[in-house]
Write a protein that binds this ligand. Structure first.
Ligand code: CDP
Ligand code: CDP
Length: 225
C-alpha cells in the first residue's frame, strides 16, 4: 500500500489546520497549510503597499516562497524571511479573501502546492484542495461546523491577542470571509462532490482526527503511514 494524499477543505474556524496537524503527526505525513501561503502573499502586498491586480500578480510570481515544518506547525518563508508570526493579524485576515480571489495569485500558489503533494504522504488544508489542487486526492474531507461555533472558537483564540474584538465582530468577520471565499469566480470554497462532509461542531480535535483516520482505513485498509 502507498501513502495517501488527504484533502481537508472547509470554512474559517472549522478546525482544518488543528486537525490536519494532528493527522499528519499520527500518520507521519507532511502537512501543508495552504491558507498560510495566501496569507503570506497578502502580508507582502500590505507591507510593500502593492496595488492593482497586475502588480499583485507580478509581485507574487517573483516571490521566493518556501514552506517547511517548524515549532508551531508549518512555517512560511518569503525571500528567506520567516513571515509566519505576521500572517494571522486582523489586517491580513480582512484582506486575504480579496488577494486570494486573483487568478494569477491562485495559479502561482496551486503550482507550489501540487509540487509539494506529488509524492503523496501529505495532508493539505484549504478551500479548493479537493476541487482544484488535488482533484484526485485519495481522501477528501469537507470539515465544517455552524458559523456560531466557528466564531466562538476564533473568538477564544483572537481575544488572547486582541481583546478589543467582540464576539459579534468576530462572527461578522468570519461570515464575511466565508461569503467572499464561496462566491469568488475562481476555485470558490465548496465541497467536492466526492468529499465526505464532517460536521465537528460537537467533536474534539482528537476525535475529529480519529474519525478521518477511520474514513481512510475504510477506503484503504492497511494504508501506509
Ligand atoms: O485559518 P482560517 O480559516 O482563518 O483561514 P486560512 O485557512 O488561513 O485561509 C485564509 C484565506 O486564504 C481564506 O479565507 C481564503 O480566502 C484563502 N484561501 C484560499 O483561497 N484557498 C485555499 N486553499 C486556502 C486559503
Ligand atoms: O484552520 P481552521 O480555520 O479551519 O480552524 P483551526 O484554526 O484549526 O481551529 C480554530 C480553533 O478552533 C482552534 O483554536 C482549535 O483548537 C479550535 N477547535 C476546537 O476546539 N475543536 C474542534 N473540533 C475544532 C477546532
Amino acid at each position: 500500500m502507498r501513502k495517501l494524499s488527504i484533502a481537508i477543505d472547509g470554512p474559517a474556524g472549522a478546525g482544518k489546520s488543528s486537525v490536519s496537524k494532528i493527522l499528519a503527526g499520527r500518520l507521519h505525513y507532511a502537512y501543508l497549510d495552504t491558507g498560510a501561503m495566501y496569507r503570506a502573499v497578502t502580508y507582502e502586498v500590505l507591507t510593500r503597499k502593492v496595488e492593482g491586480e497586475e502588480s499583485i500578480i507580478s509581485m507574487t510570481e517573483k516571490l521566493d516562497m518556501e514552506v517547511q515544518p517548524g515549532e508551531a506547525g508549518m512555517e512560511v518563508f518569503v525571500d528567506g524571511k520567516n513571515v509566519t508570526p505576521f500572517i494571522r493579524t486582523p489586517e491580513v485576515s480582512s484582506k486575504v479573501s480579496a488577494v486570494s480571489a486573483i487568478g494569477g495569485v491562485r495559479k502561482a500558489m496551486v503550482a507550489i502546492q501540487r509540487k509539494q503533494a506529488e509524492k503523496g504522504g501529505i495532508v493539505l488544508d484549504g478551500r479548493d484542495i479537493g476541487t482544484t489542487v488535488l482533484p484526485k486526492a485519495d481522501v477528501k474531507i469537507f470539515l465544517t461546523a455552524s458559523v456560531h461555533t466557528r466564531a466562538l472558537r476564533r473568538f477564544r483564540e483572537i481575544t488572547e491577542g486582541h481583546p478589543e474584538m467582540t464576539m459579534e465582530e468576530v462572527e461578522k468577520e468570519i461570515s464575511r470571509r466565508d461569503y467572499l471565499d464561496s462566491h469568488r469566480e475562481i476555485s470558490p470554497l465548496r465541497k467536492a462532490e466526492d468529499a465526505i462532509l464532517l460536521d465537528n461542531g460537537d467533536l474534539t480535535l482528537e476525535s475529529t482526527a480519529e474519525a478521518i483516520i477511520s474514513i481512510c482505513e475504510k477506503k484503504f485498509p492497511g494504508f501506509d503511514r
